[in-house]
Ligand binder design. Structure first.
Ligand code: CA
Length: 671
């Protein structure tokens, strides 16, 4: 600010030089010693002038009137140091403005200072002078007073100004403004300052506290420095964090606050994987002090109860450690002769229980042996047939053991072989060809005690017993019979032949046989026979009788001489006629008996001629011959009749000599 200076002259011996808001210079119109000058100034609410700026010396020289005694100024030697009396401050070298050669203390005790005004030389300069000399008092009423710098600083007078040198903590031209520090604030906490006003000024202390769950980071108390800064960085309330949880093995943690730093109030819940169980609390809370409420839990492997040792067996577990953990499989096996009752494998479940009931090794038992129509005797008489027992099977009479007679109970609980059975004894199934069997027991299998009766069809005859009995040994009492085909006696015919419908050697029932005779023979009897079911021919067998020609009429006067001398003239016989002497043959001399039983020609006759005698001879011969032939024919019939009877005993078709009671000789041709 620029001062506008003006001069006012007062009637009371003082002159005031005044400027607005600036210094006021007052000087006395009378001279006084230094002490009185000080008092005078004091009485005018002023002090002996203090000259802080050298330029003021020249200024004073201009505006003040000349006084031959010059003017006292506010510099005095105190304790041998030049001191500003207004402020009691030592004169600084830089502010010195002594006249040439001064201060020289020429008259001794020149302890006070004057200023030369309009002297001609050293104008505005200072000189040390004895204090009891009298001079005009040059006072200044400082623009600085107690309130100039608001009481918060030192007021420094200037040539036309003053400045406030503010005490620390104040600023502004008149130090009217107190330094304030930035308003302290803290999130999640509170500040309490010694100065409760809105603006925290220099020197105040502020104390910071944090809400629950937050912890102060930084100093708890700050002081507002005169520079307007806090002594330190403002603290902050950091959320309390709990120590990071150790990762839980075989489990997991889920926290309500998913951020990296687990803050106060966060709940963390622990869960374990399958097969693990939580040991400790399942939930931890981060306390306001930054500690977890409880010890962190752990996931312990689930263990199943120890298995009871199995009698007569053993257990093998996949996990060989003492504690059987989840997932372990234990397999049970039994010693030989014992069998597992219950599951062969147990698993340790995730809940710590075995999946099934523990099995046991039970002694192997074989199925109780039994046999119908028989009995069993075992080496172990107890109800349960155990391993190693031997059982022997026997059957009742009429039954036979089918299968082994002895079984042993194996360690597997099975018999060494199939159990046998007692099968009813059966006899071979009876059968008969061309016949039938009727048994007392009609079942397919002919069992012991059955009687079977055999019969034959018509034309067959039973050979063997008609009834058989099935014995307990399975054999028939006798050989089985058979039905033999009925056969008729072989047909035969002398001088002929037989042709049968059955060409086999044995002529069986129903066979037809046809008989034919050779030339010269004629069939006597039926030409066909049938073999009856009883083994007899339906009729008598026929015979081939030799064809005979009619007896020749005895030739008169002649004779006949036949080649067959027998009574019956048979086929082929030649008869030659001769006439007695005197007779001549009229007709063929020879006749032949033809196969048809006729003479080949008409019988001749002897005609009397010269030799009728001859004819008588021939007649005689013929008569004898006829009687012989008749006799021979009788014997032939007799012989055949006897032969038929003999055939019943000795079937022979050949003709042979035969001697009986009589002594007949068979005569005839052999067939
Ligand atoms: Ca001097």
């Amino acid at each position: 600010m620029t001062c506008l200076w003006f001069l006012s002259l007062l009637a009371y011996g003082l002159t005031i030089l005044e400027g607005v808001n600036c210094w006021i210079y007052i000087y006395s119109n009378t001279n006084k010693n230094y002490d009185d000058a000080e008092k005078w100034c004091h009485n005018h609410s002023a002090k002996l002038v203090a000259i802080q700026d050298k330029s003021i010396n020249g200024y004073l020289n201009e505006i003040l009137p000349h006084n031959p005694s010059y003017y006292w100024i506010g510099i005095r030697k105190i304790n041998d140091k030049w001191t500003w009396v207004a402020t009691n401050e030592t004169l600084m070298k830089k502010d010195e403005n002594w006249a040439t050669g001064e201060p020289n203390d020429l008259k001794k005790n020149e302890d006070c200072a004057e200023i030369y005004i309009k002297r001609g030389t050293d104008d505005g300069k200072w000189n040390d002078e004895k204090c009891d000399y009298t001079k005009a008092a040059l006072c200044y009423r400082a623009s600085c007073n107690e309130s100039t710098c608001s009481g918060n600083g030192q007021c420094n007078e200037g040539f036309n100004n003053y400045t406030c040198e503010c005490n620390p903590g104040f600023y502004g031209r008149n130090c009217e403004l107190a330094v304030t520090c930035p308003a302290p604030s803290i999130a999640n906490g509170s500040v309490a300052c010694s100065d409760p006003s809105a603006n925290v000024t220099w020197g105040n202390n502020c104390t910071f506290t944090c809400e629950e769950g937050f912890i102060l980071k930084g100093p708890d108390t700050l002081q507002c420095e005169s520079s307007g800064n806090w002594t330190e960085e403002q603290p902050s309330c950091e959320a309390v964090t709990c120590p990071a949880l150790t990762p839980i093995a075989n489990g997991s943690v889920t926290c309500s606050d998913p951020s990296a730093n687990v803050t106060w109030g966060t709940n963390c819940t622990f869960t374990c994987e399958e097969g693990f169980i939580l040991k400790g609390p399942d939930t931890l809370q981060c306390g306001s002090s930054g500690n977890w409420t409880e010890e962190q839990p752990s996931c312990e492997a689930v263990t199943c109860p120890a298995l009871t040792p199995i009698a007569n067996g053993s257990v093998t577990c996949s996990d060989l450690s003492a504690n059987v953990t989840w997932g372990t499989n234990c397999t049970f096996t039994c010693e030989e002769g014992f069998v597992l009752e219950g599951p062969d494998t147990l698993q340790c479940g995730s809940s710590g229980n075995w999946t099934k009931e523990q099995p046991s090794c039970e002694a192997v038992t074989c199925p109780v042996p039994s046999i119908a129509h028989g009995s069993v005797t075992c080496s172990d008489p107890s109800v349960n047939v155990t391993w190693g027992t031997i059982c022997t099977f026997t059957c009742e009479e009429g039954f036979v053991l089918e299968g082994p007679d002895t079984l042993q109970c194996e360690s597997s609980g099975n018999w060494t072989k199939e159990q046998p059975s007692c099968e009813a004894v059966t006899c071979p199934v009876p059968s008969i060809a061309n016949g039938s069997v009727t048994c007392s027991h009609p079942s397919a299998n002919v069992t012991w005690g059955t009687n079977c009766m055999f019969t034959c069809e018509e034309g067959f005859v039973l050979k063997g017993p008609d009834t058989l009995h099935c014995e307990s040994s399975g054999n028939w009492t006798e050989e089985q019979p058979s039905c033999e085909a009925v056969t008729c006696p072989a047909p035969s015919i002398a001088n002929g032949s037989v042709t049968c419908s059955d060409p086999s050697a044995n002529v069986t029932w129903g066979t037809n046989c046809t008989f034919t005779c050779e030339e010269g023979f004629v069939l006597e009897g039926p030409d066909t026979l049938q073999c009856g079911s009883s083994g007899n021919w339906t009729k008598e067998q026929p015979s081939c009788e030799a064809v005979t020609c009619p007896a020749l009429t005895p030739i008169a006067n002649g004779s006949v001489n036949c080649s067959d001398p027998s009574a019956n003239v048979t086929w082929g016989t030649n008869c030659t006629f001769t006439c007695e002497e005197g007779f001549v043959l009229e007709g063929p001399d020879t006749l032949q008996c033809g196969s048809s039983g006729n003479w080949t020609k008409e019988q001749p006759s002897c005609k009397a001629s010269e030799r009728p005698y001859v004819n008588y001879v021939y007649v005689g011969i013929a008569a004898v011959s006829a009687s012989v032939l008749t006799t021979a024919a009788f014997f032939l019939w007799l012989a055949r009749h006897l032969r038929k009877k003999a055939k019943k005993f000795t079937p022979s078709s050949s003709c042979q000599s035969l001697t009986t009671e009589g002594s007949f000789q068979h005569v005839g041709k052999t067939v």
